[in-house]
Design a protein around this ligand. Structure first.
Ligand SMILES: Nc1ncnc2c1ncn2[C@@H]1O[C@H](COP(=O)(O)OP(=O)(O)OP(=O)(O)O)[C@@H](O)[C@H]1O
Length: 257
């Protein structure tokens, strides 16, 4: 399922955040969104998810205007891994992940959820936490539960906002690998906000760098991740080398400019 963003503008109040974003993500493509804190990455993800309304411009999912789709229709097409979970006291992991199945509820309100919920819990590596209450989990455990919730929704588009936040290095790699495997198996279109440029370069086919409310660079990791980009977008002096094992760029960061 494709995502098309056309001349998108968005402001919080009078403060412009995004000013003329054009972006097409092809079906089955994996795109990493990068940029400095506060540049509007999460805002763009929330706009694509229909959680915010653009000031102007259009967003299309497989050619259908996002604005013309109901919340349920949107939820059948895309799942979002947010940066936080709903603060519902006493909510268990399994009950939360079951909520991911609601867009697929039948006309009689019947849910065929148990297989998908178990599969999602298993895939995200949190099956052993199924009966735990959310607020007793560690940051990393909660992060993987958020992934299970998004996976359970079983959509063709996955929008992931910092899926590796709070995770130790092994779980970072596991989660990114899992997303890559799911994408290949289910033909998912994936847009991921990532701070770690080496991860973006290795796990996404394409990197889009936001800067000053616009797309500053968009292309294959080796074309986007350059010393110029590190300096201009991130304010960092650095070198870029190619990791021979994976054939992807890696950043050696020398100093803040
Ligand atoms: N609800 C809001 N009301 C007003 N301003 C907001 C709101 N949400 C975000 N902002 C501001 O909009 C800007 C973009 O925020 P956004 O969360 O999209 O950035 P980001 O690139 O995802 O940042 P980070 O890397 O720090 O997560 C920031 O300056 C932020 O303070």
């Amino acid at each position: 399922m494709s995502i098309t963003v056309q001349d998108l503008h968005f402001s919080y109040g009078t403060r412009p955040i995004l000013t003329g974003i054009d972006l097409t993500v092809e079906p089955g493509e994996s795109v990493a969104l990068v940029g400095v804190n506060g540049c509007g990455k999460s805002t763009l993800l929330r706009l694509i998810a229909g959680l915010l309304e653009p000031s102007s411009g259009r967003i299309l999912l497989d050619g259908a205007e996002l604005a013309s789709l109901s919340r349920r229709q949107v939820a059948q097409r895309l799942a979002v891994l947010h940066q936080s979970l709903p603060p519902v006291p006493g909510l268990t992991v399994r009950r939360l992940v079951r909520q991911g199945r609601y867009p697929h509820r039948g006309p009689l309100g019947l849910l065929r959820e148990s297989d998908s919920v178990d599969e999602a819990l298993e895939l995200a590596g949190v099956a052993h936490l199924a009966d735990r209450v959310l607020d007793t989990l560690s940051g990393g455990e909660r992060q993987r539960v958020r992934l299970a919730l998004a996976v359970a929704q079983d959509t063709r588009i996955l929008l992931l906002d910092e899926p590796t936040a709070h995770l130790d290095i092994r779980h970072q790699l596991q989660v990114l690998d899992l997303v890559r495997t799911l994408r290949a198996a289910r033909g998912l279109t994936v847009v991921t906000v990532l701070h770690e440029l080496d991860h973006a370069a290795r796990f996404a086919e394409r990197i889009v760098a936001l800067h000053g409310g616009r797309v500053r660079a968009d292309g294959r990791p080796a074309d986007v991740i350059t010393p110029d980009l590190l300096a201009e977008v991130f304010g960092v002096a650095g070198r870029v080398v190619i990791d021979e094992l994976h054939g992807t760029p890696r950043c050696l960061l020398d100093a803040a400019l």
